[in-house]
Design a protein around this ligand. Structure first.
Ligand code: HPA
Length: 272
């Protein structure tokens, strides 16, 4: 608890009387939104006591606190992943720091592979729920009751009312929005075609290497969560004889960024 408090105190000193209401964790391709924050204070992760540093290309590693759509947000430009060698606790650490700073809602975005054969590259998917069979829980170890209960309900991690809002905003904007289950795989290698067939049978619509730990910790401390995935590729084996490449993933994310960011922006005022 002391570590979380120290991190929060450090950030509080730098952001002054800005009161962030939403934590935004931006996945591959959406990082540029951090540059669109008005009246922002930018803090490198490496300066914040106890925070880990993101090591992946396209993940800048800084926290920006300022206004987006008139709402004070705390943006993580770059996130940590377990495949970088971090534990689920380290990956989700900033969520609890945000909670201590008074944040009660989170928008989390990611790049994902489409498992559902009716999806296409470039589609956006609202996360209705997730499956995480790999890796330990970020809630493993002594419970901190200041954040939430030992046994945490996971029935409504991705807040229904926010999903309804996102759907109606998408409709208004003429953006097609899928809704489905995000299946976590630890990576960093992409999945095998056999793994993707298994994931499909188990109920996954999209597969990715992030999000579930942050969402679990957010649910534990009572935050509302909106999760949106961008399909940057069809998952392994869905298209016969194709190969997956991380560069293609980033390129697909880059192409889809306008619609993705427009939808995220439209939802921001409804999360406060
Ligand atoms: N698998 C896992 N993570 C991903 C993928 C994928 O196919 N695409 C983007 N992130």
């Amino acid at each position: 608890m002391e570590r979380y408090t120290e991190s929060a105190r450090y950030i509080r000193e730098l952001i002054g009387d800005r009161q962030p209401e939403i934590l935004m964790i931006l996945g591959s391709g959406l990082g540029f939104m951090a540059e669109e924050i008005e009246d922002g204070v930018s803090i490198p992760y490496s300066d914040i006591p106890h925070l880990r540093v993101s090591t992946v290309d396209g993940h800048a590693g800084k926290l920006v606190v300022g206004k987006l759509e008139g709402v004070c947000v705390m943006v993580m430009h770059g996130r940590m992943h377990c495949y970088e060698g971090y534990t689920p606790q380290e990956v989700s650490y900033p969520v609890r720091v945000a909670k201590l700073l008074g944040v009660n809602a989170m928008i989390v975005t990611n790049a994902a592979g489409a498992v559902n054969r009716s999806y296409s590259v470039g589609d956006l998917m609202l996360i209705s729920d997730h499956i995480r069979f790999m890796g330990t829980s970020p809630l493993t170890g002594a419970n901190l009751p200041e954040f939430g209960p030992r046994f945490c309900d996971m029935s409504n991690v991705y807040t229904k009312s926010l999903r309804e809002t996102a759907k109606s905003k998408a409709k208004e904007m003429g953006i097609e929005l899928r809704e489905g289950v995000y299946f976590y795989c630890a990576g960093p290698q992409f999945e095998t075609p056999a793994e993707i067939r298994a994931i499909s049978v188990l109920g996954g619509d999209a597969v990715g290497m992030s999000t579930v730990f942050e969402a679990t910790v957010a649910a534990h401390c009572g935050m509302k969560v909106l999760g949106i995935s961008l399909m940057t590729n069809m998952a392994a084996g869905i298209i016969p004889d194709s190969v997956l490449d991380g560069v293609d993933v980033l390129e697909a994310a880059e192409k889809a960024k306008d619609g993705f960011s427009a939808l995220v922006r439209a939802c921001v005022p409804y999360l406060r």
